[in-house]
Every structure is written in C-alpha cells, then in structure tokens.
Design a protein around this ligand. Structure first.
Ligand SMILES: O=C(O)c1ccccc1NCC(=O)[C@H](O)[C@H](O)COP(=O)(O)O
Length: 231
C-alpha cells in the first residue's frame, strides 16, 4: 500500500499544471463504479453512514473492488463521528486506501495513527474564518455547512461561495465539495482554483441513484476545464 505521502501527494497536492483531481462519492452500484473507473476518476468514495441514501456495506464495497480494473481509482471510506471499532470492522472487510471523516482534527490524527492511512477531514465553511489552518492533516474536503435541519452533514447538494477559496493559502492538500454538477464544475474551478473536486448528489438522478452518464459528463467537464486552462 503506498505511503501516506504518496497518497496525499498523489491525491491532493498537485504540482502546477497537473490535472485537477476528481472524487466521485457515494458509489453503491457496479454501473456507477465502472463508469467512474473507466472515465478516470482519481478517487471513489463509499459512505458508511446509516442515515445516508448512499450508505453501502463493506461487503458490497469488497465485491466491487474484486472486479479487475485497468486503472482503479483510490478508494475513500467516509465516516461520521465513527468509533475505532466501526472503522476497524469496515477495513477488515474492505481494504480502503483513504479515510474521510466528519469529526475533529484531533480525531483525524488519532485515526491516522491507529489505521495507518491518510485521513481527510471534512470542513464546513461559511465564511473565511471557517477555513482550516492546521498543517498536520493529510487533506481537507472543503464544503458548505449543512443546513440546521439537514439529516446529513454532507451530500446535501448545496454550494458554498467558491470565491472564498480563490486566494486561500491552504495548510494541507484539499478538495472542493458541495453542490457540484457537470454544468457548474468549470465555473466552480475558475472561481475557487481548487486542486481537486468532489461530487455526490450532482451526478445522481435521485438520492443515492448515481447516473453513469452524469458521472462521465462530470469528469469530462473537469478534464475539459484542465485542457482549456492548461492545468
Ligand atoms: O454523500 C452522503 O450521503 C454523505 C452522508 C454523510 C456524510 C457525508 C456524505 N457525503 C460526503 C461527501 O464527501 C460528498 O461528496 C460531499 O459532501 C458533496 O456532496 P454533494 O453536495 O451531494 O455533491
């Protein structure tokens, strides 16, 4: 398994001129998994949060990962305030490359230490003061704060003010998430200068129902933005 540095380096911190990274999150079915792999996604996210319409079992993930792929994206397991035993049980069935958590920076460091994998921390941003400063973490998923009445801390299909990020000096690798779609991702990249993007509901036809065509279009539009802007 590549080292943290390799993964984090390969994943987020892209030297100038390198392609922008793409994460397709909330994959549950083979059709979307195949579409993301074949279209060249850099990461595929699997949600282990019971209240999510994208929740998937470790066994389903293990089955998907057994399928031979020429170029397989790195896998990201998504946990919300999960304890060690929950993460351990999941990893014992599905050997995920990276962990993404909805928790505290201290918990991210604990999990990295215990499970010897890169840990990305999701960070809810409304104003510039919400932008993280901690340089110790492997990476951040920068997304809007969930509405007070939301059932989920992420995956809500809402956007943040992308201009907030344009001049941000990120302390660690990061990716932009929240309300991205095939139609708005180029504008989001132009406004935020994000080195990577993450999408879930924007490539679905219904909550949890990924559209292979929307997945392909999203990735195609990111690659088109890269080509047009020599990134
Ligand atoms: O996607 C979910 O259902 C989800 C549930 C609970 C916690 C996080 C979740 N998704 C996290 C992600 O990384 C999403 O890709 C990110 O929040 C963007 O979601 P969207 O606005 O739907 O593109």
């Amino acid at each position: 398994m590549p080292t943290n540095a390799d993964r984090s380096e390969g994943a987020h911190r892209r030297p100038a001129g390198s392609p922008i990274g793409v994460k397709i999150c909330g994959i549950r079915e083979r059709s979307a998994f195949d579409a993301a792999c074949e279209a060249g996604a850099d990461w595929i996210g699997f949600v282990f949060f019971a209240r999510s319409p994208r929740c998937v079992t470790p066994q389903t993930v293990a089955t998907l990962l057994r399928s031979e792929k020429k170029a397989r994206p790195q896998t990201v397991g998504l946990f919300v305030k999960a304890d060690d035993s929950t993460i351990e049980r999941t990893l014992s069935v599905a050997d995920l490359d990276i962990l993404q958590i909805y928790d505290t920076p201290a918990r991210a460091l604990e999990i990295r230490q215990k499970f010897k994998r890169p840990v990305w921390l999701s960070c809810a941003v409304t104003t510039p003061i919400d932008l993280p400063e901690n340089t110790m973490l492997d990476g951040y998923v920068i997304e809007p704060r969930a509405p007070a009445d939301a059932a989920l801390p992420g995956g809500n299909g809402i956007t943040l003010d992308w201009s907030l990020l344009r001049h941000w000096q990120a302390p660690s690798p990061w990716m932009l998430a929240g309300g991205l779609t095939p139609d708005n991702v180029a504008r989001a990249l132009a406004m935020s200068h994000a080195p990577a993007v993450d999408v879930s509901s924007g490539v679905e036809t219904a909550p949890g129902e990924k559209s292979p065509e929307l997945v392909r279009n999203f990735i195609k539009n990111v690659r088109g933005y890269c080509a047009a802007n020599k990134r």
